[in-house]
Design a protein around this ligand. Structure first.
Ligand code: GDP
Ligand code: MG
Length: 163
């Protein structure tokens, strides 16, 4: 069974930025598979000798009223089916939204392990805001900044531990 990690979350939380940082080279965003799985980007990560595949979901159009019912639900469910571990990304700049809660409800239906990630924790002052996401009921959020890389090493340690 290959190790596959899927990044899910509402638009603009920083999924693609995290994906780019974890695969460590921007040109690793390669395959856009046509059809149902369009715009799902796959990359490889090697962390201290442990290798896994990573999927960046989120090829949906923003601003559409039925964006959740349509594309997001489909993408989250596909990711759940395909992966061994889910990285559920939320955003401390925007704070907790209804959209986040809906995705959390979808993820709760799976037996697959979920790591909750509070992204955009660019400085220590934002750590307290990250803790707010505890109320989503998916454990202690992992504070990271995909922009400056803080916390991503610890996140990778956790990912390879859970795979
Ligand atoms: P996606 O829609 O979830 O894939 O989100 P993107 O990766 O496209 O990022 C959405 C916006 O958030 C972009 O403007 C990013 O530069 C910004 N962003 C992503 N990660 C961080 C972060 O750690 N800190 C801050 N301040 N901004 C971020
Ligand atoms: Mg994206």
């Amino acid at each position: 069974m290959p190790n596959i990690v899927a990044i899910v979350g509402r638009p603009n939380v920083g999924k693609s930025t995290l994906f780019n940082r974890l695969v460590q080279k921007r040109d690793a965003i390669t395959d856009s598979v046509a059809g149902v799985t369009r715009d799902r980007h796959y990359g490889r990560v090697d962390w201290t000798g442990r290798e896994f595949s990573i999927i960046d979901t989120g090829g949906y159009v923003e601003g559409s009223d039925d964006v959740f019912e349509g594309e997001i639900r489909k993408q989250v469910n596909l990711a759940i089916e395909e992966c061994n571990l889910i990285l559920f990304v939320v955003d401390v700049e925007m704070g907790l939204t209804e959209f986040d809660k809906e995705i959390a409800d979808l993820l709760r239906k799976t037996k697959k392990p979920v790591v909750l990630i509070a992204n955009k924790v660019d400085n220590p002052a934002r750590l307290a805001e990250a803790a707010d996401f505890y109320q989503i009921g998916m454990g202690e959020p992992f504070p990271i900044s995909s922009i400056n890389g803080s916390g991503t090493g610890e996140l990778l340690d956790e990912v390879v531990k859970q795979l």
